[in-house]
Design a protein around this ligand. Structure first.
Ligand code: DAH
Length: 380
């Protein structure tokens, strides 16, 4: 066996000559610079740093060198490969940044474009608000109850302690329904004994007649009064009625329930209600319920620098009526007033929508124009 070739000159190995290594490096750098996109760069990467690239092959030649020549050649190849990798990484970063910038422009969404080519309808905000109110109470264990819009006078008035000669009966501008011919109910105001319900309170009566206490119901629905349609009146509108009948209910329960409702509807800090004495035949005691103005939260009161248009700087907004169910009503509905007490409230949903969404004209709510309903969105 011959002795190792001590006099072997690495310069003689073609691939390891300094100018060869330089050429390989420069070719690699030029190829990276010429790569116009990430795919081209990937190809250049394989060609100039892959296992069959000239520099990788040159690297392999080092093993065959005599020991004293290895260090010098290794350094040369190592430096060239280092420079190639650095250049590759820099070009990679550059091309990625270019691609990201291009994608941002090409895939940008123009949010001002019409979102839908096929016009779709929209749910009426009165429906969604009504459902939202229901949800608040359903979450507390209430049931949703409904009643007919064509109602008997007895349920709409008498059972609610509004007798035929009661002044409150005249205050309700009632639509009377004409009876069918030959039934004897065709003439006169109350001849048929049937009306379009003037409020949702008869559903209270129906609920008590149908079920046994404890009773927790929320009754949204359409009601009718002989008003002309204008900015603040409509002959057909909506109310929500609430009735709770149980042992030991007090006005404190009513107050807590109302406070919870306005907090859930108007959100957060400082929302609460207050009760002012009033009269309703079906509740005793009765009250008018106000809620803190949801815009100024009461801060406009006595503060001329911060006037509030919504509540005329009064700090409160009237919502509707409420009270403890009159024992006479409980009795008329077969509920023992000695054992049970109840609270109730009722308010108009249109009014609530006007507050909550700054709707200024009630006519917008009844005209059915989708340009009114659509901005409220598709709440399901
Ligand atoms: N039904 C009354 C109305 O339409 C509103 C109302 C007042 C309902 C007091 C109630 C109540 O349940 O307790 O004017």
């Amino acid at each position: 066996m011959s002795a190792p070739n001590k006099s072997y000159d690495p310069v003689e190995v073609e691939a390891l000559k300094p100018e060869e290594i330089e050429r390989m490096r420069d070719e690699a750098l030029a190829a990276f610079a010429a790569a116009g996109d990430l795919d081209a760069l990937h190809e250049a990467k394989i060609a100039h740093t892959g296992p069959t690239s000239p520099l990788a092959l040159a690297n392999r030649e080092i093993g065959a060198l005599p020991p004293h020549a290895k260090a010098e050649a290794g350094k040369r190849v190592g430096q060239a490969r280092g420079a190639v990798n650095k250049s590759l990484a820099a070009r990679q970063a550059e091309l990625e940044a270019e691609r990201d910038a291009r994608v941002l422009v090409e895939e940008a969404v123009d949010v001002t474009l019409p979102y839908d080519r096929t016009p779709s309808g929209a749910r009426h905000p009165l429906t969604t608000l009504s459902e939202r109110i229901e949800d608040i109470f359903v979450a507390m264990g209430y049931e949703v109850a409904e009643g007919p819009e064509v109602e008997t006078e007895w349920l709409n008035f008498d059972a609610l302690n509004i007798a035929a000669d009661h002044p409150a009966r005249g205050e309700h501008d009632t639509f009377f329904v004409k009876g069918a011919e030959g039934t004897g109910g065709e003439g006169g105001e109350s001849g048929s004994g049937v009306v379009l319900r003037t409020h949702t309170s008869p559903v209270q009566v129906r609920s008590m007649l149908d079920r046994e206490p404890p009773l927790y119901v929320i009754c949204p629905g359409r009601v009718y009064r002989t008003d002309d349609l204008d900015a603040t009146h409509t002959p057909v509108f909506h109310q929500v009625e609430l009735l709770a009948v149980d042992e030991g209910l007090t006005m404190a329960d009513l107050k807590g329930t109302l406070d919870h409702m306005v907090r859930a509807l108007f959100g957060g800090e400082g929302m609460k209600t207050r009760l002012r004495p009033n009269f309703f035949p079906f509740t005793e005691p009765s009250a008018e319920m106000d809620m803190v103005c949801y815009v100024c939260r009461g801060e406009s009161v006595g503060n001329p620098d911060r006037p509030c248009r919504t509540c005329s700087s009064e700090g409160w907004i009237e919502l509707g009526g409420c009270g403890m169910v009159n024992p006479k009503v409980l009795t008329a509905c077969g509920v023992d007033p000695e054992k049970y007490s109840g609270f109730a409230f009722g308010f108009g949903i249109e009014r609530m929508l006007m507050f909550r969404h700054n709707v200024e004209d009630m006519r917008d709510m009844v005209e059915g124009d989708v340009r009114f309903t659509r901005p409220f969105g598709m709440e399901i």
